[in-house]
Design a binder for this molecule. Structure first.
Ligand SMILES: C[S@@+](CC[C@H](N)C(=O)[O-])C[C@H]1O[C@@H](n2cnc3c(N)ncnc32)[C@H](O)[C@@H]1O
Ligand SMILES: [Zn+2]
Length: 1008
């Protein structure tokens, strides 16, 4: 047995870089059908990579060999077991290194397939423990953690509130292991039966054309009436009339109204010139009539669509996509009467069908926007033909199960078969709704932009019979691949429990390890989203798993998420509610743990408030943080889609139950220890490639290690210093510990980037670069991303933050899908470019570093809807050079460089007159705080950053002489200009227009 005081491996070290690489490989591969990854079984949001779960689990299960209390027999055995992989030196340190290297290897999906690695891992665990360790996960979700626990030979208890997730755990952890090969064989047989039978029953509804070509998908548009007086034509809501811009294969739509008719004629044609193709009829849900060109407002479009329950049933067919035998996989065709008749036939059949589905999520915090357009029940997302074919497939599965019952006596096996067939049905459902989008060559699922679900004006209807556009066959392949993957693991089955994490799920002191990945604050409204799947599963499984699927919808009242759309379960689900429930849940799991047990809690959220809420809950629940590891759990393709500080990492906090008699901490001691600990940690993480926001949040770990050692931390007057507080306050007991953590991180970052003077600077400390330089540097520093590429400036993020820790969908093809322009917003073209960060993050850094954000509003930043955007250098041109262009300025400057550059750059000031800085005039955007006139005047002098930007603009305009003169003047002035320019150059992403300008400008710097 490992003594309580003996540290576990992950409490002292962890192979971060190697595990990160393994996670990235897994994420990039898991969506391929042949990968056999468990996520292919079905969508669940926020699935963690198996690689990181496995590696962390081994790290917390095994003792650290350099610990004096590490049992000798374990060390001997470990040497023997690891000896088969590598030569190990005699010291404990070398053994420790070998164990870490082994953990790195075990995280790799390919190596783990080789039996000897997993056998060795299991043996190591066995040798470290006298009994089989028991791992508990009360927020088990899709089951990555319990699955890895079982793979390593542990006992595992997976518990989960949500029925859909519980059901997926049932297949993953229990049925696949209990029924193994029999289940796969049966699934293979009956899924093929379903495919064939569905093909027979549905083929006339998705007719072939005269060349016997099957349709792949159909393109549709919702419809409203033009409200211009005397017009009233039907407007198909199509964002873009182009179907294909591929040269030589151009296709587009033409909408016309013949002879005073009010229904449109829609034609698929081959434009010869681009100007033959009109603009789309809808943008931001404002509809333009192509007859009278009147615009119907978004509000009216909403009203009209509400009257049609979202309008899926009244939509107009635009085009049919079929394979083109002349070389193109997918081509666009005009719908034929045969196509239209088939649709009509399905529509008639659908009238007699009743499908019971849950209500859709309320608007607001759930991010479900179609509700405002009348989609109030999940059945409203279907077109009549989709409703009909979903019903037919359901009936086919029922019939398959009736037939199978005649052959199979084992009731549990039959239930498992039913579960797998309906899993295909549910999984496939997400590609068969009127909220799916045609993404050029594949169908984007309804959850493509999850957790937010936008309304779609036009949409794609896939054929369930298509073989490569998310037809039924794709769903079958996907589920089969997941089952095969599970079968290959060979583990003891474990029955999942369906419970609220606050319940007494296990007896006191019955688990050795708590390893869990709780819901992340407001990231994902699991229950609300999952009702879509729940409805489909319930339809088929109510009779097979009756109690579980009795309720009409999934449980929301006690789901621990910040979600203001939910009011029951003891109050509004606000930040406080989340924190209280999470604290109660984590304290419940502490009870379940043996006194010498260990825990790991995963968390990723890009807001400081999300973090404060979770860690406050953890500390209140009596946990002591002993280590923390940021692990890149997100996939890289998704990183590209991120517009602001992208979190690629989730932090794995390693924790122990804090003993009842933990000492009281002295605040001054805690504060003294903090900078060193955080500084060292940042250095270590940077050496492992962790950057930007990931680095910021990863520093919470070591900070908590200091703070959570104590039962409480008090100042000299015995006032308790809480974890979170008011960041604006000055006294520690009001401000809270975490505010100091952000401060230390900010200082350390600035020190690295600009140097000591800036890090210490408050207001205008002599020798320090001005506030705007510090703010810009911090901005760029925070935006660096861990995968090595800083994000390119993107349109500002929309209101609702999206969670990096969470995969929006696990389906094929979706991972590479970048977010489509949200149709309800203005068109992306109009969005402003620039780097952006959440206001709260900027504020928390800026304040302790003596940066007064309001003063820079409009000058180097712009704050809107809680997002701060760094203005681009080009946007600053007018501000820096007045109404004159850089060109005119350069001319003036070339004429008399000495005069104009001595003190200030801005041209208007014949002196006395301070330069006109545009951003200061109106400051209409946001007055975050008052700025004194004096301060304003001071700020109107050109700063070092202004001069660097001016030089970049001169460079951009090719004004070599002016630039040279300016650089010369700067050189005479002192080192700051060059220092800042070099620092910024190092912070910009490698491929970036501003960096290019800056570097070119630096090359022009005269050599001394
Ligand atoms: C971050 S996810 C876990 C994902 C999981 N680790 C995986 O890899 O698939 C958090 C889970 O907590 C569940 N949950 C939310 N509130 C809960 C509660 N009160 N009790 C138990 N589970 C809850 C959600 O349904 C969700 O599945
Ligand atoms: Zn009109």
């Amino acid at each position: 047995m490992i003594p309580k005081e003996c540290k576990r491996l992950a409490e002292v070290d962890f192979p971060i870089a190697a595990v990160n690489a393994a996670c990235s490989r897994e994420n990039n591969r898991k969506s391929r059908t042949e990968s056999r990854h468990i996520s292919l079984l079905h969508t669940w949001w926020a699935r963690r990579p198996l690689a990181s779960c496995r590696a962390i689990l081994l790290g917390i299960l095994l003792p650290n060999p350099t610990d004096p209390l590490c049992p000798e027999p374990f060390k001997r055995n470990a040497r023997r077991i690891l000896g088969q992989f590598r030569k190990i030196g005699d010291t404990d340190l070398e053994l420790q290194r070998a164990l870490l290297a082994f953990i790195a290897e075990v995280s790799d999906a390919d190596l783990i397939r080789k039996g000897i690695y997993i056998a060795a891992a299991r043996e190591l665990v066995k040798k470290a423990w006298d009994e089989t360790p028991h791992v508990f996960d009360p927020f088990a979700g899709g089951g990555s953690i319990p699955l890895e626990a079982l793979r390593l030979g542990c006992d595992a208890t997976a518990s989960e509130l949500n029925t859909v997730a519980w059901f997926l755990l049932k297949i993953t952890l229990e049925w696949s292991a209990r029924k193994g090969p029999d289940l796969i064989d049966l699934f293979e047989k009956w899924s093929n039966w379903v495919l064939r039978e569905a093909g027979h029953r549905l083929e006339t509804y998705y007719p072939v054309d005269d060349k016997k070509r099957r349709p792949l998908v159909y393109l549709w548009a919702r419809k409203v009436r033009c409200e211009a007086p005397g017009c009233g034509v039907a407007i198909p809501l199509v964002r873009n009339l182009w179907l294909s811009k591929e040269s030589g294969h151009k296709k587009a739509l033409r909408i016309s109204y013949q002879n005073g008719r009010i229904e449109p004629e829609i034609e698929v044609f081959e434009p010869e010139k681009d100007n033959e193709v009109s603009q789309g009829t809808v943008s931001g849900f404002k509809a333009t009539c192509l007859r009278c060109f009147q615009v119907t407002s978004r509000e009216r479009v909403q009203v009209q669509l509400r009257e049609q329950q979202g309008g899926a049933a009244n939509s107009i067919l635009l085009a049919v996509v079929r394979k083109n035998p002349d070389g193109r996989e997918k081509d666009y065709y005009q719908p034929t009467p045969v196509d239209l008749n088939a649709i009509q036939k399905a529509e008639n059949e659908a009238k007699a069908i009743y499908i019971e589905m849950p209500a859709t999520p309320p608007s607001g915090d759930t991010g479900f926007r179609p509700r405002a357009y009348g989609i109030t029940n999940w059945v409203d997302v279907l077109t009549p033909r989709q409703k009909f074919s979903r019903w037919v497939i359901y009936k086919v599965i029922e019939d398959a199960l009736k037939e199978a019952t005649k052959e199979v006596g084992d009731q549990e096996l039959l239930a498992a078969l039913a579960a797998c067939l309906y899993t295909v049905y549910s999984l496939n459902g997400k590609y068969h709704t009127s909220l799916c989008l045609w993404a050029a060559s594949h169908v984007g699922s309804i959850f493509m932009n999850a957790p937010g679900i936008p309304m779609r004006a036009d949409f794609v209807e896939s054929s369930p019979l298509s073989t490569n556009c998310e037809g039924l066959a794709d769903g079958i392949k996907s589920v089969k691949s997941a089952l095969q993957g599970l079968l290959s693991i060979r583990f003891k089955p474990s029955s999942p429990i369906q419970a609220d994490a606050l319940e007494k799920i296990l007896p006191r002191e019955s688990a050795h390890v708590l390893f869990t990945d709780p819901p992340y604050y407001d990231s994902i409204p699991y229950a609300h989203l999952s009702d879509f799947f729940y409805g489909w599963l319930r339809m088929g499984l109510k009779s097979w798993i009756p109690k579980v699927f009795d309720p009409p919808e999934t449980e929301k009242a006690v789901e621990i998420t910040k979600n203001l759309a939910v009011e029951d379960g003891g109050g509004r689900h606000d930040a406080k509610w989340y924190e209280n429930r999470m604290a109660a849940a984590l304290s419940q799991s502490r009870e379940v743990l043996v006194p010498d047990g260990i825990g790991s809690v995963i968390f990723a959220h890009k807001s400081t408030e999300g973090w404060e809420s979770l860690v406050s809950a953890l500390i209140r629940a009596g946990w002591l943080v002993t280590a923390s590891w940021p692990i890149m759990t997100e996939w890289s393709a998704r990183m590209r889609a991120k517009e602001s500080a992208a979190l690629a990492a989730s932090v794995h906090l390693v924790c122990r139950p804090r003993s009842e008699d933990a000492p009281i901490g002295d605040w001054s001691e805690v504060l003294r220890e903090l900078p060193k600990r955080v500084g060292d940690w940042m250095e270590r993480l940077q050496s492992e490639g962790i950057r930007g926001a990931d680095l910021v949040f990863a520093c919470i770990g070591p900070a908590l290690e200091i703070y959570s050692r104590y039962s409480k931390v008090v100042d000299a007057e015995e006032r308790e210093i809480p974890l979170g507080g008011d960041p604006e306050a000055t006294e520690p007991h009001r401000k809270g510990f975490l505010a100091y953590v952000w401060e230390v991180v900010g200082h350390t970052a600035l020190e690295q980037v600009l140097g000591t003077a800036e890090a210490k600077a408050r207001n205008s400390t002599a020798g320090a670069l001005e506030e705007d330089a510090r703010l810009t540097a911090l901005f760029l520093w925070t935006l660096q991303s861990t995968n090595g590429e800083s994000p390119s400036p993107q349109p500002s993020p929309k209101g609702r933050g999206r969670e990096m820790g969470d995969s929006p969908a696990e389906g094929r093809g979706e991972e590479v899908e970048e977010e489509e322009g949200d149709e309800e917003e203005e068109s992306p073209k109009k969005k402003k470019q620039g780097y952006s960060l959440i206001f709260d993050v900027v504020r928390r850094f800026a304040q302790p570093l003596g940066i007064h954000l309001p003063e820079w509003e409009g000058r180097i930043i712009e704050t809107e809807k809680g997002i701060v955007r760094l203005l681009s250098v080009k946007e600053r041109a007018k501000q820096l050079f007045g109404e004159e262009s850089a060109q005119a300025f350069a001319e003036r400057f070339e004429r008399s460089p000495e005069v104009s550059l001595q003190l200030k750059l801005f041209p208007e000031g014949e002196r006395g007159a301070a330069p006109e800085i545009k951003g200061h005039k109106g400051r209409k955007k946001k007055a975050i705080g008052a700025v004194s006139d004096e301060a304003l005047r001071g700020r109107q002098e050109a700063t070092t950053l202004d001069r660097v930007h001016a030089a970049m603009l001169l460079q951009a305009n090719g004004r070599t002489n002016a630039l040279r003169a300016l650089l010369k003047a700067e050189q005479d002035r002192g080192p700051d200009f060059l220092r800042l320019a070099n620092a910024l150059s190092a912070l910009y992403p490698k491929v970036n227009e501003e960096k290019r300008l800056l570097d070119a400008m630096l090359l022009a710097m005269p050599r001394t």
